[in-house]
Write a protein that binds this ligand. Structure first.
Ligand SMILES: NC(=O)C1=CN([C@@H]2O[C@H](COP(=O)(O)OP(=O)(O)OC[C@H]3O[C@@H](n4cnc5c(N)ncnc54)[C@H](OP(=O)(O)O)[C@@H]3O)[C@@H](O)[C@H]2O)C=CC1
Ligand SMILES: O=C(O)CCCC(=O)O
Length: 482
């Protein structure tokens, strides 16, 4: 066991096991071995976590921004000190190669640093009044208790991307991590505990998502839900939160197109397409899900991408030299297999990979490329969340933009060209919240990350990220003009 068995729930500054003794089991996706147990909290325990956050809110909201900031700075330094330990744990519960896990810990820590800085910059506003005898201003206030529901694909970074701005704003938090990857979240909460964050400011519950979700949605004390995960659960949270009109920040699914124009640097495009598609085994909401390549360069680009795929080394992420790990679980693996089978049955050609791999016993699927793809295939409509990419040729830019926008998702899109005018024109027409031009790594703490259409609401990161947790109080004061 990696974490003290059963003690994974953190309420009002105490580490607890579930009163029922019930646990959820955590497995290593690289081997399918059980690595830990964490509490499966009851409805009453989830309610206690909300009460703890509510009780701590007033005092925390009144702590100076500087003090809140100093906790975040300390947490940042501690997380960086622990990078290796946290990265190993992350790889064990999530599967990504150790090198990527180290990158995720740095990425996660960067949100602590960024919001340590932003905590000091939540400004209000004076408004010039239209009439004499009035003074108008806007005062920013923390929204209240925030429920943060995080996914398994970035078990550390999605926690800090939500928790850091909430705490910086003066909010208190109930965190519910994904059941596949609670261990990284537990370690991050321990970091906050060690730097002396006051009791109740952060609370952690693990267990049945439906039961915990119901408590979080129904509680009128919870004023905001910040969620990253599937569009399906995002919609459910929207419906559930309507009953007491909570604020929602939703970072949902994606179906990212990557466009390669005929003037593009094809070596760069192939290298970046492979990085975008196969990092985290394709389980990133901004992973390339469809490649559209100009007919003139289709064959050369495809060969270059095949070469990149040949260089990938599939295996247990803890092993030296492994560059692509397993899928998260059986469900993830089955989804990938279904999409490939569906595509092949409709005429797609597998030009790299295309098979499950038993390897060290985990949920492995070979990095795969599909050509001869048509629009009636599931892979052209659904988020894959796995290491498979279809390549589709195009002849005109308008056709490529239309195809790229032909989805209900609108998170990220990527474009490879050396023509600045084309880049700007295409960027303006793509219906996506994030556009990478000759760049597939747009995610960074200082920039706003989020989607259009069914990819979500709100933005994380940047100065925008903290505003998700702020209410604006408008004050109108009548005075006698002297
Ligand atoms: N945008 C992104 O980054 C992500 C997108 N996805 C997409 O979603 C697909 C399915 O993945 P999956 O793990 O099932 O994603 P989910 O949306 O089910 O999980 C994300 C988080 O939501 C929680 N959750 C699930 N159901 C509820 C509920 N009723 N109320 C409150 N919280 C809930 C989960 O808890 P628990 O783990 O306990 O079920 C987890 O913490 C993937 O294949 C991918 O396409 C998935 C993860 C991240
Ligand atoms: O998949 C996500 O939700 C986070 C993506 C992080 C990044 O790549 O910047």
């Amino acid at each position: 066991m990696l974490v003290g068995t059963k003690h994974g729930m953190y309420i009002n500054g105490e580490w607890l096991s579930a009163a029922t003794g019930e646990v959820i089991e955590v497995f290593n996706p690289a081997t399918r071995e059980k690595i830990a147990e964490v509490p499966s909290c009851s409805k009453e325990e989830a309610e206690l976590a909300v009460q703890s956050a509510q009780a701590a809110f007033e005092a925390w909201a009144n702590v100076t921004a500087r003090e809140r900031s100093s906790f975040l700075y300390k947490a940042y330094h501690k997380m960086i000190e622990r990078k290796e330990e946290l990265a190993r744990l992350l790889t064990m519960e999530q599967g990504k190669p150790l090198q990527e896990a180290r990158g995720e810990i740095e990425f996660a820590a960067s949100f602590l640093l960024w919001y340590a800085e932003e905590a000091n910059r939540v400004y209000g506003e004076m408004i010039p009044a239209a009439k004499k005898g009035k003074r108008l201003w806007v005062v920013p206030k923390p929204i209240g208790v925030v429920a943060a529901i995080t996914p398994w694909n970035f078990p550390s970074a999605m926690v800090t991307r939500k928790v850091a701005p909430a705490i910086a704003a003066g909010c208190t938090v109930v965190l519910k991590p994904a059941e596949q990857t609670p261990l990284s979240a537990i370690k991050i909460v321990r970091v906050f505990e060690e730097v002396g964050l006051p009791k109740g400011v952060i609370n952690l519950v693990t267990g049945d998502p439906v039961q915990i979700g119901k408590v979080l949605m129904e509680s009128s004390d919870v004023r905001s839900i910040t969620f990253t995960g599937s569009t399906e659960v995002g919609k459910l949270l929207m419906k559930g939160s309507a009953q007491n009109v909570k604020k929602l920040s939703l970072e949902l699914g994606g179906h990212a197109p990557l466009l390669v124009l005929d003037d593009a640097d094809l070596d760069l495009a192939a290298e970046q397409a492979a990085a975008s598609k196969y990092r985290n085994c394709g389980q990133t909401c901004i992973c390339t899900n469809r490649i559209f390549v100009h007919e003139n360069v289709k064959d050369t680009f495809t060969q270059k991408l095949q070469e990149k795929v040949r260089q990938l080394h599939l295996g247990n992420g803890l092993e030296e030299g492994v560059t692509i790990g397993p899928l998260i679980d059986k469900g993830g693996l089955e989804k990938v297999k279904r999409q490939v089978e569906d595509s092949v049955s409709k005429g797609a050609v597998v030009t790299a990979g295309g098979k499950e791999w038993n390897g060290p016993g985990g949920y492995y699927y070979e990095p795969t490329i599909l050509t001869n793809v048509s629009n009636d295939m599931k892979i052209m409509k659904e988020e894959t969340f796995g290491p498979v990419v279809p390549i589709v040729p195009f002849t005109s830019i308008d056709e490529a933009i239309k195809a790229a926008n032909d989805t209900d998702y609108g998170l990220a899109a990527f474009l490879f060209t050396n023509d600045l005018s084309k880049a700007i024109n295409i960027m303006e027409k793509l219906e996506y919240g994030i556009i990478g031009i000759n760049d597939v790594f747009p995610g960074t703490a200082e920039a706003p990350f989020g989607g259009m259409k069914e990819s979500g609401l709100g933005r994380e990161g940047g100065h925008e990220g903290i505003q998700e947790f702020i209410e604006m109080k408008y004050v109108s004061l009548a005075i006698k003009e002297l």
